[in-house]
Design a protein around this ligand. Structure first.
Ligand code: SF4
Length: 67
């Protein structure tokens, strides 16, 4: 089972914290909103991905299980 990160664009406030925590998988667009890599979270980044999701001040970053 793999994990994928999703952003809720309605609640995301563009803090950019997620990209700071997980720069290997999340970049910011020109307005400071996150762009998630179009791939499952690499196994070595799962712990950081969980932290990015729980630390998001707007709780806009979701970690979704994929079959
Ligand atoms: S930390 Fe949360 S609110 Fe901030 S840019 Fe990332 S997803 Fe959006």
């Amino acid at each position: 089972m793999s994990l994928r990160l999703r952003v809720n664009p309605i609640t995301c406030a563009g803090h950019g914290l997620c990209a700071e925590l997980l720069g290997e998988h999340i970049t910011l667009d020109e307005w400071g909103y996150p762009v998630i890599a179009d791939a499952p979270v690499p196994p070595g980044l799962k712990k950081l991905a969980r932290r990015a999701a729980t630390d998001c001040p707007a709780l806009a970053l979701l970690l979704v299980k994929e079959p």
